[in-house]
Ligand binder design. Structure first.
Ligand code: MSP
Length: 527
């Protein structure tokens, strides 16, 4: 039985034919942020991610490097894992498609689909690129009607393969999409998908002859073939949450505890046809009912100066180098702050540094430092409630409540950017409050003792709430903020318990230490 309120989130699994880039990092940080938010909300959470290790491209890259595909995939996989560690991305499950547990479940699924008449063998005759080792379609023809030089020698070839009866389920998918708004977020992507399904024709080739590709999962009913990489990779979302696991295997979760997925986080490029067409039809053919279809959360792309990142343009942004230079809080904050979920954005190093220096170092870091230092200077680091009944204080506490509510609404809608805007609106209110209440003046007037107590207490209490709200996005910095504020949450408490559990009267604060040292950008940093 699915656990009450359980939240299951996955991301696209990353290809191991290349190094991780900033788009991969964005997707994982987004999913990790949402997972952390829901965990903080008191929900049982399972966050699954991993790597897509099979296919022609991995085989080709391995050959270029003089390695076996398995060795090559393991080397690239290690880079992804190291990056997720450095970025504080902490999945609960890790999917590697060369894992024998995955192969076992995929083969059982294929066998069942074959037994139920969902698969058939047929001969396809078409144009085949020897260099790229793939069949080409008319989409690959240039304006002159010819296949471009990038395809090398192109020959006409007849090949026998296995096909999945995709088109047989087209009407089901259309009806399902029409009756299920919210299957894809944002809604405009669902409309785009419906359009594509209306035009759908033909079945899906799900095999590759071993004579040209042997790096994949063998078809259990025809040992001369391996499974097409997308068919194998899509199934990771189910197999690594326990679908079709071997009896007695406790290394994987129980499928029914978690399924269906609340958010499959994918980029806009892999909605049609992979996740929006093949995947729901595969699940439907496997016998899953409509209410067990996973929801898709489709994000946009990070570009560079309006252009797509690509090897040929040489503009690929390496997230590992950025974390090494600026740390995980700087990169996580930027990736969550400068893009609205569903839209595209431009990556810029200058923006990253500007955001960090202005929001984290200046507005938040200085606020924390000043508040703690003033409490030390005027009250030996102990904050007390003064009972001044000052209206500015009541109104600031009310604003904190409103910002927390707005934050929750935005996080529930998977919009960390808007949630952060709400939090930083509060940071700016607090900075204004310091200037307006001028604690340094109050400290000189004996008649303002109670007000000074209230000002210092309110600053510490609001900063505590800000640190709590920032936890999903910048977990390490949030922990450090709470440490400096001398406050630890009790492990079982939820966000709402933590927010309402205010600092005690007479609470001792910790010592101030600069949390976000400014980044001074030099020309070689931009390189
Ligand atoms: N291996 C397939 C997914 C299989 S899922 C069963 C794949 N891999 S990928 O490495 O090319 O992309 C992984 C994810 O990164 C995808 O969701 C993709 O959209 C995302 N991104 C790739 N480039 C991106 C940007 N420039 N910006 C944001 N995300 C991008 O597709």
């Amino acid at each position: 039985m699915r656990k009450e309120k359980a939240y299951f989130i996955t991301t696209a699994i990353d290809y191991t034919n290349a190094a991780p880039h900033i788009g991969h990092a964005y997707e994982k940080v987004l999913a990790d942020t949402l997972a952390r938010y829901h965990r903080l909300n008191g929900q049982p959470v399972f966050f699954l991610t991993g790597v897509d290790q099979h296919g022609q491209k991995v085989k080709q890259s391995a050959e270029r490097e003089g390695m076996t595909p398995a060795e090559f995939a393991a080397t690239v996989t290690a880079k992804f894992r190291a990056l997720w560690d450095a970025l504080d991305v902490q999945p609960d499950g890790w999917a590697e498609t060369s894992d024998p547990r995955h192969a076992h479940a995929v083969q059982a699924i294929l066998q069942k689909l074959c037994d139920e008449g969902e698969l058939y063998k047929a001969t396809h005759t078409g144009f085949y690129s020897i260099r790229q080792e793939q069949f080409l379609t008319d989409k690959e023809r240039g304006p002159d009607g010819e296949f471009g030089a990038e395809w090398g020698e192109v020959v006409e070839l007849a090949e026998e393969n296995w096909y999945f009866k995709l088109s047989q389920h087209r009407d089901w998918l259309l009806a399902f999409l029409q009756k299920t708004p919210g299957f894809v977020t944002p809604a405009f992507r669902q409309a785009e998908l419906i359009n594509a399904v209306e035009k759908l024709s033909g079945d899906l080739c799900i095999s590759r002859p071993k004579s040209r590709l042997d790096w994949g999962i063998e078809l259990p009913f025809d040992r001369d073939y391996v499974t097409y990489v997308w068919f194998d990779a899509l199934l990771n979302y189910a197999t690594f949450i326990g679908y079709g696991k071997a009896a007695g295997d406790s290394s994987l979760p129980e499928f029914d505890d978690w399924w269906p997925c609340d958010a499959q986080v994918i980029g806009k490029d892999i909605l049609v046809p992979a996740h929006g067409v093949y995947w729901p039809i595969m699940l439907h053919a496997m016998g899953l009912p409509d209410e067990k279809m996973p929801r898709l959360l489709v994000h946009g792309w990070w570009n560079v100066a309006g252009a797509k990142m690509s090897k040929s343009l040489g503009n690929i942004v390496d997230p590992a180098a950025l974390v090494a230079k600026f740390g995980s809080s700087a990169l996580r904050y930027y990736l969550m702050r400068d893009i609205a979920t569903g839209q595209d954005a431009d990556f810029s190093l200058e923006r990253l540094v500007e955001r960090y220096n202005s929001d984290l170092a200046n507005d938040l870091g200085n606020l924390l430092n000043r508040s703690l230092s003033m409490a030390r200077r005027y009250r030996e680091g102990i904050v007390r409630r003064g009972g001044s009944n000052d209206s500015r204080i009541t109104s600031l506490l009310a604003k904190t409540g409103e910002a927390a509510c707005a934050y929750v609404g935005h996080m529930e809608a998977a919009m960390p950017q808007a949630a952060l805007e709400a939090v930083f609106g509060l940071v700016s209110d607090l900075n204004g409050f310091i200037e307006a209440s001028a604690p340094w003046k109050l400290a000189k007037e004996s008649s303002s003792e109670a007000l000074l107590d209230d000002v210092l207490y309110t600053l510490a209490e609001c900063l505590r709430r800000i640190a709590l709200l920032l936890e999903p996005v910048i977990p390490i910095a949030s922990r450090e903020m709470l440490h400096q504020l001398g406050w630890q949450p009790s492990p079982q408490s939820t966000l709402s318990d933590r927010l309402s559990n205010m600092l005690a009267d007479g609470h001792p604060l910790g010592s101030p230490t600069p949390l976000f040292p400014r980044i001074e950008i030099s020309p070689n940093m931009a390189a």
